[in-house]
Write a protein that binds this ligand. Sequence first.
Ligand code: ATP
Length: 458
Amino acid sequence: MEAEKMDKIVSLCKRRGFVFQGSEIYGGLKGTWDLGPLGVALNNNIKREWWKMFVESREDMYGLDAAILMNAKAWEASGHVAGFVDPLVEDLETGERFRADHLLKDNGIEAEGLTLEQIDDKIAEHGIKSPKGNSLSKARTFNMMFETRIGATSGPEGQVYLRPETAGGIFVNFKNVVDSMSPKLPFGIAQIGKAFRNEIAPREFLFRVREFEQMEIEYFVRPNEWEEKFEDLRQAILAWCDHIGLKRENVKEYRVPDNDLAHYSKRTIDFEYNFPGKGFDELYGFAYRTDFDLRAHAMHSGVALEYVEADGTKVVPHVLEPSFGIGRTFVAVLAEAYREEEVNGEVRTFISLPVHLAPYRAAVSPLLKNKPELVAKAREVFMMLKKQFGNVAWDDNGNIGKRYRRQDEIGTPHCIVIDFETLGQEAAELKDTVTVRNRDTGTQERVQIAELAAYIAN
Ligand code: ATP
């Protein structure tokens, strides 16, 4: 049932212009997806709401938009060149590659934190084969950073990486933000942008891809206040989940056990979402990274990365890092909002998106498209709302029932219809009123045109 729901969401995404396979006419490019007109709208709404909540509505957050290409030394300092690896095994017959820890997990074996030797032992002990039933190679590590070259030189100085997370750009700009903005500690630097990981086996729609977007914060604190601020940010992440409509019962916190923590982390919580057909899996990560990053970048760059307190004391701030994947948010939001309902023996599908995320907040239609007086009035209403809100659709395709079904499927909260009553041809008291149909209940109300904007505002 749940797997079927995910398939339906994926197919709706394609059919209705949310998400297309990357490079589709050339047979696709694995691990890439393109956002269609409605996908861009939903994605932008997610980013705008996040920015409003985590940056604009707070006094302790500063925005940043750093370059994707960075000096390779930054990724040496952060440990990514040496250690941003996943364990890989190959099907010895077909050469197909798999993530060894995922293969173990798919076979019901806990794989977190295992060494390569331990992975080999588990594979032998449980007789694990590739999904095609063939023997597997020994496990080895695979670095997930995409490499590319910059400039016309062919030497090692031209070697650069596509950033595997946006966080790197924040750490290298720590001093710039402190010097230019004089923030008071504790404070955060937030960034939204693309990240690239050469995932061994991209899968599950937008869940694991090779090019994706992240919304990240590095929150700098005094060493002795990390626990209090960790709790504040934990609550802020939960408030965000509420804001985008995720039910609390579908969001679970998984505290990574101390023995599985990265060597620099003192506490990490994964916020998991109950993805249809998949169950609970990581939606967001939230880690206390101590002063590891600032110290490492200071050491490798030779530039002091410190904060000077009012009394002149220098501290190297510690860091809390909430990291939000936008693709996983996109899927979670759609999964949560997807509804099917039987009406007169037919299934009505609608996406009950919160109005602040819906691609269109309203669609405007003339009852009949061959009646110029209805069309003219409808265009007038449409232009008025479009000017104010932007994301308002004009829809005169097919009959009204078809239009409602289409708008239901793309999550439009309100459908506004201009009919003969609007023109005052039926009853004088209904002149300048329109029908507004509610996506979730299917009920209709007459609303004065003058009150429409307020009606669809929330
Ligand atoms: P996973 O364990 O699922 O590989 P991760 O722990 O490596 O994820 P982080 O490095 O914590 O992920 O990245 C932060 C967030 O970025 C994740 O919680 C997720 O939302 C998103 N993310 C990471 N990798 C991918 C990917 N390949 N495709 C889509 N989103 C991703």
